[in-house]
Write a protein that binds this ligand. Sequence first.
Ligand SMILES: NC(=O)C1=CN([C@@H]2O[C@H](COP(=O)(O)OP(=O)(O)OC[C@H]3O[C@@H](n4cnc5c(N)ncnc54)[C@H](O)[C@@H]3O)[C@@H](O)[C@H]2O)C=CC1
Ligand SMILES: CC(=O)C(=O)O
Ligand SMILES: [Mg+2]
Length: 619
Amino acid sequence: MFSQMRLSSSLCKHVKKWTSFMGMSRAYTTEGSRPTLVHKRSLDILHDPWFNKGTAFSMTERDRLDLRGLLPPNVMSSQQQIERFMVDLKRLEVNARDGPSDTISLAKWRILNRLHDRNETMYYKVLIENIEEYAPIVYTPTVGLVCQNYSGLFRRPRGMYFSAADRGEMMSMVYNWPAEQVDMIVVTDGSRILGLGDLGVQGIGIAIGKLDLYVAAAGINPQRVLPVMIDVGTNNEKLLHDPLYLGLQEHRLDGDEYLSVIDEFMEAVFTRWPHAIVQFEDFQSKWAFKLLQRYRNSYRMFNDDVQGTAGVAIAGLLGAVRAQGRPMIDFPKQKIVVAGAGSAGIGVLNAARKTMARMLDDTDIAFESARSQFWVVDAKGLITEERENIDPDALPFARKLKEVSHQGLREGASIAEVVRIVKPDVLLGLSAVGGLFSEEVLESLKGSTSTRPAIFAMSNPTKNAECTPEQAFSIVGDHIIFASGSPFHDVNLGNGEIGHCNQGNNMYLFPGIGLGTLLSGARVISDGMLQAAAECLAAYMKDEEVLKGIIYPSISSIRDITKEVAAAVLREAVEEDLAEGYRDTDARELQRMSKDETVRYVQSMMWNPVYPTMVFKKS
Ligand SMILES: NC(=O)C1=CN([C@@H]2O[C@H](COP(=O)(O)OP(=O)(O)OC[C@H]3O[C@@H](n4cnc5c(N)ncnc54)[C@H](O)[C@@H]3O)[C@@H](O)[C@H]2O)C=CC1
Ligand SMILES: CC(=O)C(=O)O
Ligand SMILES: [Mg+2]
């Protein structure tokens, strides 16, 4: 309800008389300087166009009005706000000159975003019913563009911001969030947004986009999701000097100082919402692994880039084996070249090696021998034991010197050389380098010993893909298997043949991992639960599809695949005796459910975008 109370006119007259007597009339009688008493707080103020000042709320006002954490940390003047708005308005013309595609995508994002602010039910109905068309707008690739332009696009805040300046306050700040229940939190520190690098506070867009998929694909109730940005500064020099940047303009915290901020955040959110699940998203590799190890045994959390991507890649790699007409069990014979040894690349390598070892005889010897199926190339070329200051996470995949000299390779060999000599079955890119699979690299792949070489150009967004499907099919041949992280169209190969472009993206797993964990009530997310998710995705594809080169489901069936993945995760949690149940359904009831009953239970718990009938109740 609209409510405000101006200072009473008699009090104003009194103040006027007194201040003019004191010679202070100019300072105390202007309209703008009178305080406005408000009977609203928190998001209700930010959503009220009369009271809202957005980023211009001062820090003391933010504290008084329970706004702390609900706005990006940088306090702006009204003039700066107008400048930010005008830059955005003018950008439309500039972008239009560069070509229409980005401008149109951003315009679609704005229209959807306005609907999201006005009517959540309708927004999610539109998204679910047109997921294939609009996932590329709310998610990769457009979400990358949105993050890059976030200063201009920012209108109504969504989610929470915890900054380095909030140390010691987070435990109370979490109570500024209006929802009593939170099921899913996606948190980023903005340090590696897709393949776009450090975007600082602007990375909040990725947390919002991932949660859109949680609602659309997994049916998580939109009232119970929370996007979070932890702003520990940025090392992006452009943002550090941009007067209109919305985040802290200082270099990123590091070491123990950084850890203490993340620790405080984790403690605060799990104190208020002990049953929440926290998905870590787009943290630079340096911290991604450390934070995962630090929290995974004590909190209900996972890292999407490390663990979600690994599962999706394993499902795709198994699909590529089947596409050759071979049984999945032949996977340990595949020769795999991976470009990129960051959080995503190393996550995939570890999971692929474990899967191979399990398929052999699950012994230490099998694990050791599986190592030799991988060749890892990073920015400095092929990683061998000779590499100086080798990253400990990459060390297990460094090729032995004896092996490389025997093969005619060397430390730092280029990707084209490695592909030419190894003749791999699979070339997988998680390098964030657009065009890395150049003509030379793809020509070299023609020598692959596989009957159907597989190319996974998994880097995002579109411009960062290691190659396009057109390049892959036209250079390597019509028989290849192709997947990319961001969506591309299928390729017309002529003669009525289609070259399928699969989307190999963690979107096929993270919603199901989150939903399955939530419904199981497991306190942690085990390797077995993640493995179950990957196996479920792999088994989802039928032989006829796989033989045609279709190794991932269509995005239009993402709600169905997510339901299956969630059920597989839940059942594994039950199997491992981790399940504690959710709401009225206790662990014993979960144990009694058959496989089909579990799937039906999951489906019954998914939120659907339908208007409820409402009645007024006095609070
Ligand atoms: N499709 C999907 O589901 C996912 C895709 N990704 C994408 O993977 C990419 C990498 O992500 P992170 O591993 O977290 O990044 P990162 O920055 O930690 O790692 C990038 C790696 O690529 C290497 N690299 C750089 N230049 C190279 C070159 N010329 N040749 C070979 N390697 C090179 C770097 O040395 C580093 O090891 C991003 O573009 C991200 O969008 C990440 C997660 C999921
Ligand atoms: C898809 C995803 O998580 C990424 O590109 O980082
Ligand atoms: Mg990511």
